[in-house]
Design a protein. Structure first.
Length: 137
C-alpha cells in the first residue's frame, strides 16, 4: 500500500494519505504534508515534540492535527519527517513528531504551506483508511 499521493487543486495542493488503521493514515498524512514543503528523506529526526489534541469527530481531528503540525513548523522553524500518532475512541490523539531545524543549505525548498483547509477533507474508514486533505499554498 502506498503511503500517500497528491492531486491537483487550483492554487492549492491536495493529498490522499493511506494506512492500515487511523494512526498509520495520520502518520502518513504528516509525511505527505512535509513532502510538500521539503523532501522528508533529507530531514534528520533528531529533535522531538509531543502534543495532544481532541476534537468533535475524525475530520475535525485530522484538520486540528495538520494545523498543529503547521504551527510547530512555523513556531519552532522545523521540518518533520517522523510521526507517531495514537488516536483514541473519543477523538483525541497524542502525537510525537521528530525532525530538525530548517537549514535551506541542506533541505530542499519546495512549497510554503499557508494554511490547512476544511474544503473536501475526508476520513474514510474500512478495511484500510483513506484521508483526503487540501492545503493552501
Amino acid at each position: 500500500m502506498k503511503k500517500f499521493e497528491y492531486f491537483d487543486v487550483t492554487a492549492d495542493i491536495g493529498f490522499y494519505a493511506y494506512g492500515n488503521n487511523l494512526n498509520e493514515a495520520f502518520e502518513n498524512a504528516g509525511i505527505a504534508m512535509f513532502n510538500i514543503i521539503s523532501n522528508t528523506d533529507n530531514i534528520t529526526p533528531n529533535k522531538s515534540i509531543t502534543f495532544e489534541i481532541s476534537s468533535e469527530d475524525n475530520v475535525s481531528l485530522l484538520y486540528d492535527y495538520l494545523e498543529e503540525l503547521l504551527f510547530y513548523h512555523e513556531i519552532e522553524f522545523m521540518l518533520f519527517s517522523d510521526f507517531d500518532v495514537e488516536i483514541n475512541d473519543d477523538y483525541s490523539l497524542k502525537a510525537t513528531i521528530k525532525g530538525e531545524e530548517i537549514n535551506w543549505d541542506k533541505h530542499e525548498r519546495n512549497c510554503e504551506i499557508k494554511a490547512i483547509t476544511f474544503h473536501q477533507m475526508e476520513v474514510k474508514l474500512g478495511d484500510s483508511v483513506q484521508l483526503k486533505a487540501i492545503v493552501d499554498l
